[in-house]
Design a protein around this ligand. Structure first.
Ligand SMILES: Cc1cc2nc3c(=O)[nH]c(=O)nc-3n(C[C@H](O)[C@H](O)[C@H](O)COP(=O)(O)OP(=O)(O)OC[C@H]3O[C@@H](n4cnc5c(N)ncnc54)[C@H](O)[C@@H]3O)c2cc1C
Length: 489
């Protein structure tokens, strides 16, 4: 685990100097946060076991301010990190103590909606949910739906290439981004992509989406909108064993008849979510699948009959279908509150994020439970099962001395199992600080060197969001620019 230090005297001195410079540069005082108390609001993200108070924060209001701050940081060798809503579960938005946090949450305007072309241009700090809300009356929506969608920003989604329950049918963020306004570390403002598909030249958009804020800062995004389906209905299928439920998912996917969403919850998750939201989940089940289908009423009836037959064939002990919009919303509210619900039954948890081929679900689940037993941790599993994106939540109590080290070892073993099963160490949460030291599980030194060369091309002084993504031993970052306390194992 990281032993996070208190600010060094030189950091505090530098803070005063940089604050003076940025105030003068921006001509504003109210955009800066410098008091240690207020900076505590920026000390962590969704990976709350790690905290470091940053040097200072700037809350930008437009692209010109972002460019000015980045140029200043580049010229003066100041580490800097973009921050959206700070919901990253991989520690992507964890600052270091000598970092300027460049907050984008004030840039939250929907700039333009084009219903004819089914596109919207929005500022990076707009929340994911607000995009869909803004175009709801037009019969459109923005498809990728991370469970954090009421809080997380589109800029953060672009950085992490976020997914969500309905990405099984619609695809993840990268499939829905047409263009971005991108500010380089040197402060140049670049338009990448546009409103049309497949522009000539290098696919820089493909590079920026999922780059974890390592290459530059996104200030505006053009998203693709989709027509809302005529109707959608979720079905709940309870099982006596997680393995039966896993086998059912694999069997449904093998038919090629892809529902919009297939979400999995095991017993600890079912009980926690039901207690938290009263979603109507079967509390006697050992595992639950939420399977949603959509289309016209006739199509829905046909697809529900198919899904029900598959579930029964694989030993479902209970089946129920949402009767109306309210019960459908309750079912999704339960699922989307799952992490909060687990927080109610366990003082702390670490949410892992690995992806596996769907056919390996039963086998991998069995191994995850065995690993949890060996370490003495209860593990709740809640995940996007249709695309094999697993989220084992390792429950623990941080008051127990040394427990975080064991939790991380347990998590590392789970990721190894995912990789051995033919999967990978992240499905949608990214690498951040959490999985940086697991990168060699998947990438050779040569692979990592190519990625680092790319990073240096955009950020030669390695100032942007340092200490993330690359294993500490591999970073080549100048000493003092990485977290001085070394990292996770
Ligand atoms: C309860 C909960 C449920 C979640 N469910 C899901 C889920 O279903 N699917 C999923 O994929 N994720 C999920 N997440 C993770 C998280 O919400 C996503 O990674 C999200 O995209 C982060 O957005 P953010 O605005 O909070 O970004 P932040 O956490 O602020 O930042 C994340 C990273 O993006 C970079 N960044 C942020 N904004 C910009 C920008 N404008 N330009 C460049 N870089 C930027 C940051 O530097 C950082 O590295 C969940 C998190 C929580 C807490």
């Amino acid at each position: 685990m990281l032993n996070l230090p208190s600010p060094r005297a030189e950091v505090l001195d530098r803070r005063q100097q940089i604050a003076r410079d940025l105030r003068a540069l921006l001509g504003r005082d109210d955009l800066l946060i410098t008091s240690a108390n207020e900076l505590k609001g920026y000390e962590t993200d969704g990976l709350a076991c790690y905290r470091t108070v940053p040097m200072l924060a700037v809350l930008a209001e437009d692209t010109a301010q972002v460019a000015a701050v980045l140029r200043y940081c580049h010229d003066n060798e100041v580490p800097v990190m973009a921050r959206g809503a700070g919901t990253s579960l991989a520690g992507g938005a964890l600052p270091q103590q000598d970092t300027v946090v460049l907050g984008l949450s004030k840039m939250n305007e929907i700039l333009e909606v084009c219903a004819e072309n089914q596109t919207a241009r929005v500022q990076a700090g707009v929340t994911n949910r607000n995009i869909s809300t803004a175009v709801d009356d037009l019969g459109l929506f923005y498809a990728p739906d991370p469970s954090s969608q009421i809080a997380c920003t589109i800029g953060g989604n672009v950085a992490m290439n976020s997914g969500g329950a309905h990405c099984l049918k619609y695809g993840v963020t990268t499939n829905h981004i047409l263009g971005v306004t991108f500010v380089t570390m040197e402060g140049a403002v670049v338009e990448i992509g546009g409103e049309a598909f497949d522009l000539p030249g290098y696919d820089l958009l493909g590079l920026i989406v999922g780059a974890e804020g390592q290459l530059g800062v996104v200030t505006e995004v053009t998203v693709r909108l989709m027509p809302k389906p005529e109707a959608a209905r979720p079905l709940l299928a309870g099982f006596d064993s997680a393995l039966d439920a896993g086998a059912c998912v694999a069997a449904i996917m093998a038919t090629g008849r892809t529902p919009v969403a297939i979400e999995f919850m095991d017993r600890p998750a079912i009980l926690a979510c039901e207690r938290f939201t009263g979603a109507g989940y079967p509390t006697d089940a050992q595992a639950l699948l939420i399977i949603e289908v959509e289309g016209s009423e006739a199509e829905i009836e046909i697809e529900l009959a198919f899904v029900e037959a598959m579930a029964r064939e694989h030993g479902a002990t209970s089946i129920s279908v949402a009767e109306d919009i309210v019960s459908a919303e309750n079912i999704w509210k339960g699922r989307k509150s799952a992490f909060g619900a687990i927080g109610q039954i366990s003082p702390d948890y670490l949410c892992m994020d690995g992806t596996i081929p769907v056919t390996k679900l039963p086998d991998v689940l069995e191994q995850i439970y065995a690993i949890g037993d060996r370490y003495g941790f209860e593990i709740a599993n809640i995940f996007h099962a249709g695309d094999g994106n697993m989220h084992p939540l390792i429950m623990y109590d941080s008051h127990q001395p040394g427990v975080l080290d064991r939790v991380e070892d347990c998590g590392a073993e789970i990721l190894c199992v995912c990789v051995e099963a033919g999967g990978c160490i992240t499905g949608e949460h990214g690498v951040g600080i959490e999985k940086r030291d697991h990168m060699p599980l998947m990438f050779s030194p040569e692979d990592l060197e190519q990625m680092k060369a790319l990073k240096r091309g955009f950020d030669p002084k390695w100032l942007l969001n340092g200490g993330k993504v690359f294993p500490l031993t591999e970073t080549g970052i100048p000493a003092g620019q990485i977290d001085p306390t070394q990292g996770l194992h």
